[in-house]
Ligand binder design. Structure first.
Ligand SMILES: NC(=O)c1ccc[n+]([C@@H]2O[C@H](COP(=O)([O-])OP(=O)(O)OC[C@H]3O[C@@H](n4cnc5c(N)ncnc54)[C@H](OP(=O)(O)O)[C@@H]3O)[C@@H](O)[C@H]2O)c1
Length: 316
């Protein structure tokens, strides 16, 4: 499998990231361990989590996902097989990107993850109340201490990403090497118009989130009844319209041609986009993981990409 590098760093990753928000939420510990084992057995290596996962679940405080990953590292001995990303800034008790908060949050994450380094540390959300040089200065200290290897930005606007890159250059501070935006066949416009040009101009790597539109692009939600009682039902409702169904039709057709699943095609379409390093997607079973991993072995030809582009066109 051809690996891709994270920006100008020496970190090499396979073109599919596992999204760890399911660990301790829709995947219990045993299932999470099986998924993680199967993921590395496929030769995949990049895993994404955040300190805040899964604080949105009743009774959770955040840190549940990192805790499960840490336990798996310890029990499996597979830390060295993983390029690990986690994030700071969105946990209620560790909110924002001030230097003091970053210094405290990283130690919390390292403790839960049972490791002494994070490969990719993401700013989870922009913080316009903290000067960019304060945030980047805090990351510089973590890099010098060996706690973090590379930094990334999630949920930044194109303008703020550009500004952060400029501050890094002018003040000789570490620069964001990877961006984590929302992007999938349905949600294209924000990334394609605003962020992609900045990422390409500055050679910033891109790992897309909600790459399966919260499961909608698997094709399993085609009516309101399909969403009832499902953990992600309320998230996918917005996709159930003429354009969403047109995208599913195009995915069905391509999946039939390749004898695979719509989820695999949806991820292969993202992998084929030159500006994207790897899509992030999650799975709640080893069987679902198979359809994610299959995307790294499927190359869509340019006509097929064009067909999917056309079915999902967002331009008025
Ligand atoms: N930076 C950010 O602000 C941010 C925000 C959101 C997410 N993320 C990252 O992106 C990752 C992915 O996001 P996500 O998990 O919410 O959305 P997603 O990857 O778009 O959707 C994944 C979900 O779809 C379902 N699914 C996957 N494969 C399937 C298959 N073959 N057949 C049927 N259903 C399938 C599973 O849910 P069910 O089995 O429950 O249906 C799975 O958990 C997260 O884990 C996180 O790492 C980052």
């Amino acid at each position: 499998m051809q690996t891709r590098s994270i920006g100008t760093s020496d970190l090499e990753v396979a073109p599919l990231v596992f999204g760890g928000n399911v660990f301790g939420w829709t995947a219990d510990e045993r299932t999470s361990f099986s998924i993680l084992d199967a993921f590395v057995d496929h030769g995949l290596n990049f895993i994404d989590t955040a300190d805040v996962y899964s604080a949105w679940v009743e009774g959770h405080q955040g840190g549940e996902s990192e805790t499960i990953i840490g336990k798996w590292f310890k029990e499996s001995g597979k830390r060295h097989k993983v390029v690990l990303a986690t994030k700071v800034g969105m946990l209620g008790t560790r909110a924002g990107l001030s230097a003091a908060n970053i210094a405290a949050a990283v130690d919390d994450s390292l403790r839960r993850l049972k490791t002494d380094y994070i490969d990719v540390y993401f700013s989870h959300l922009d913080d316009d109340k903290t000067p960019l040089d304060e945030t980047l200065g805090a990351y510089q200290k973590l890099i010098q201490a060996g706690k973090v290897r590379v930094i990334g930005a999630s949920n930044y606007t194109g303008a703020r990403l550009e500004e952060a890159l400029k501050v890094a250059k002018e003040s000789s501070l570490p620069a964001y090497q990877i961006l984590q935006p929302e992007y999938n066949l349905y949600d294209r416009e924000g990334y394609e118009t605003e962020l992609e040009p900045v990422a390409e101009a500055h050679k910033v790597a891109v790992a897309t989130y909600f790459s399966l539109a919260s499961g909608f692009l698997s094709g399993k939600y085609r009516s309101k009844e399909d969403m009832q009682g499902k953990a992600r039902g309320s998230r996918v409702e917005k996709y159930l319209n003429e354009r969403g169904l047109k995208i599913l039709d195009a995915l069905d057709e391509a999946a039939k041609r390749h004898d695979t699943t719509p989820a695999t095609i949806a991820l292969a379409w993202i992998i084929a986009r030159p500006s994207v390093t790897a899509p992030i997607a999650s799975a709640t079973s080893v069987q679902q993981l198979e359809s994610l991993a299959a995307a790294t072995r499927l190359e869509l030809d340019p006509e097929e990409v064009a067909e999917l582009d056309e079915a999902s066109a967002w331009q008025k």
